[in-house]
Design a protein around this ligand. Sequence first.
Ligand SMILES: NC(=O)c1ccc[n+]([C@@H]2O[C@H](COP(=O)([O-])OP(=O)(O)OC[C@H]3O[C@@H](n4cnc5c(N)ncnc54)[C@H](OP(=O)(O)O)[C@@H]3O)[C@@H](O)[C@H]2O)c1
Length: 299
Amino acid sequence: MTKRVLITGINGLLGQNIVQEFQSDHEIFGLDLNPSIFGESSPVQVKQMDLNDEKALRDYINLKRPAAIIHTAAYTNVDRAEDDQDIAFAVNAQVPKSLASICLESDIPLVHISTDYVFNGEAGPYSENDQCHARGKYAESKLAGETAVLESGAKSVVIRPNVMYGNGKQLTSSFVEWLLNELRNERSVRIVDDQYNNPTYARRLASVIRVVLDQKAWGVWHFGSKEVVSRYTFALKIADTFGLSSALINAISTGDLNQRAPRPMRSGLICEKLKKELNIPILSIDEELALLKEEMDAS
Ligand SMILES: NC(=O)c1ccc[n+]([C@@H]2O[C@H](COP(=O)([O-])OP(=O)(O)OC[C@H]3O[C@@H](n4cnc5c(N)ncnc54)[C@H](OP(=O)(O)O)[C@@H]3O)[C@@H](O)[C@H]2O)c1
């Protein structure tokens, strides 16, 4: 029998990539604040729901009885979360807590997507065992969410990506898409050269999620690319992969942006555990960008 999987935030960047990964051999159900982006003829069944409606969420899960739940939905606007902290905590902390409790009651495995923001970003790259120390409301709310999942007693996986990028439709904020659009239209861009991390390619993260679920590899996992680079270097690599001139990419510092929330300056995620324990290859940024280009050319 085909397994059922429930994906929250299914219209988002990661949600769409998980659909790509699972659709050939799973029956896919999704929840999102907004109407389905998958089209009427798609077998992907999306219900519009605010996940903060705990009763609706519990009723839906009890009705569909999925074999696993992959929770990608989140309040992701890092700066706005400083003012909208009640909403950020409701979505990023309370929803995972409720989901974990429903999963525990019904013995459903839960994959929860967290972030490198659970660390203070002063001394990365970080391993799964490093001490968490969130700075800013988005970060604090995400840390509260993953803590609730891990302490719930449910069969759970917490995966932390950093600076996620990938292919998708109708995405509200995609760094790669924005950069390609600016460069193709010959507009100059300013990119910070003092924030370091190892970006996560969403399509491969989706395949990592499949492996951890198949292997019942409960616990915390980090996933990103092989090397830690500045955002500016990442932008140069994107331009190079897509055959665009990097002359329009200008380096600036984080201070020039006057952003509301603190940013992790020295972040990045050590991915040795995935490599050693689950045999997942960790690829270079150039290799993953080449895969993204292939994916975009084919879509
Ligand atoms: N993107 C990154 O760079 C990055 C880095 C590290 C970790 N992460 C984590 O990775 C996960 C996936 O990120 P993503 O980039 O795929 O996010 P995304 O593209 O913003 O997708 C999230 C989806 O969830 C929906 N959603 C938000 N609040 C909801 C609610 N209360 N009820 C139902 N649906 C709701 C969003 O709708 P709206 O669009 O209307 O809000 C959106 O469709 C998140 O947990 C995020 O914290 C992301």
